[in-house]
Ligand binder design. Structure first.
Ligand code: URA
Length: 194
């Protein structure tokens, strides 16, 4: 059952025009997955495939993270997935700070409604949006405090863990980072199930 508050939020964002990404997107990609779950996965941005389907993590990067979770015995559908921006940045570029700031009420509200025991920040942009830290190479794989705002502008703290973005792994073919990615995902699963 979708929490009423989340349904309300998803509807409210359907026609959002708070930033320039709204001019080129096809669909607002709200979150998806299960709701009464301990894990929220915070991705970076929808890609071309997500822009078509309206669901996060559908393209090549999505397949890689889904498969890595599967290999460690976790079905990604058992988490709720949302991105730092809900609209496809043209050319698949990284979202810039003004776009993330325009969208932050969306993921902040989803996280507040779901109250996960862990947020997995997938990539450098979600790491910074959630924790204020910069540098995924330095900060991945560690439990960090993550912060979201409530409507009064006050901070609420959640447990956060960051990892590399699967698109970067697909580009670099770094064995070391791919192994670290799997280890980070395992730690996330252990934290929410163990
Ligand atoms: N698909 C998404 O929805 N988000 C990402 O960060 C990557 C792929």
């Amino acid at each position: 059952v979708i929490p009423e508050a989340l349904l309300y939020e998803a509807k409210a964002w359907k026609h959002c025009d708070k930033c320039r990404l709204s001019r080129t997107r096809r669909r607002v990609v709200y979150g998806s997955g299960r709701y009464a779950v301990p894990l929220v996965i915070l991705g970076q941005a929808p890609g071309a495939e997500e822009d078509k389907t309206g669901k996060p993590f559908q393209g090549r990067a999505g397949k890689l993270i889904r498969k890595t979770f599967e290999d460690i015995g976790f079905d990604m559908e058992d988490a709720f997935t949302v991105n730092t921006v809900a609209c496809f940045p043209p050319g698949n570029r990284a979202p810039v700070a003004s776009e993330v700031n325009a969208c932050r009420k969306l993921f902040d509200a989803a996280i507040r409604i779901l109250q996960p025991s862990l947020i997995l920040a997938v990539g450098a942009v979600p790491l910074t949006a959630l924790t204020g830290e910069v540098g995924i190479g330095k900060h991945h794989g560690k439990m960090l405090p993550g912060y979201v705002f409530n409507d009064a502008g006050e901070l609420e703290e959640f447990k956060a863990l960051a990892t590399f973005h699967p698109s970067g792994l697909l580009r670099s073919h770094s064995k070391e980072r791919t192994a670290a990615f799997k280890q980070d995902l395992s730690l996330a699963v252990e934290t929410v199930t163990g």
